[in-house]
Design a protein around this ligand. Sequence first.
Ligand code: NAP
Length: 256
Amino acid sequence: MKVDTLFRLDGRVALITGSSQGLGKVLSRGLAAAGARVVLNGRDQEKLAKTTEEFRSQGYDAYGYAFDITRKEETDPAIERIEAEVGPIEILVNNAGIQRRAPLHEVSDETWNEVLATNLTGAFIVSRKVAQGMIQRQRGKIIFTCSLMSELGRTTTGPYTAAKGGVRMLIRAMCVDWARYNIQINGIGPGYFITEMTRPLAENPEFNAWLMGRTPARRWGDPEELIGALLLLASDAGNFINGQIIYVDGGILAAL
Ligand SMILES: NC(=O)c1ccc[n+]([C@@H]2O[C@H](COP(=O)([O-])OP(=O)(O)OC[C@H]3O[C@@H](n4cnc5c(N)ncnc54)[C@H](OP(=O)(O)O)[C@@H]3O)[C@@H](O)[C@H]2O)c1
């Protein structure tokens, strides 16, 4: 057994949705550093081009494809182009996600639909198309960015919690349908990491005090601390891990 290459991804094509910034960007850098050819994504062309250029200037094999994961008419052709131009997608990271905070009784239909469309349905739309190729090739890794809200509620995060809880069961549903084709479907579950999405929380002293009390490790996570779990699930090291979520949360889910 070659332990030194167990986590390597040399030449494998990885599509990471929502990777023009935030956790997706850091996760993509981790995959690229392990040898993957990374396909970056987001809706904003300019931001995506800037991130792709940054990766290339760092010597990574990176490509940018802008599309909105909630729109099948954009995602299906984009995935076909990626597979024709970069190569068959071996690793898909369903990472794009949004948060809209309000108590549930004040959530509009538009907000509910927007959050569910992005965080749950969009991931399904992309996975369905990518899995069709993976099934033909009898090989693939699908990894979701989950959340503590895949397990627990928190006030003002109702649509997000419903969507991320749905993702937890979508992982299991995909596993029972697709594991037979040598596709591994799993999730990483970040605790609290500072990104554009969580910056308002990080800048709120009251929230910070609550989080330090609630997190056994007594700190925010550094996004790079997610890379180890991702590489386990994206590489041959995880070939018999299926339907699981690995939480990287400083112990939050272990504590009451
Ligand atoms: N930050 C945390 O502490 C934390 C904790 C737990 C889970 N998460 C999860 O981690 C993931 C990334 O979060 P983040 O904090 O890195 O967020 P972020 O900084 O807001 O980045 C979100 C990314 O997703 C893209 N995106 C949003 N909607 C999209 C769509 N419809 N189609 C394609 N791309 C889209 C954005 O680019 P455009 O705006 O250009 O489309 C951006 O690149 C999310 O699933 C989130 O729920 C984050």
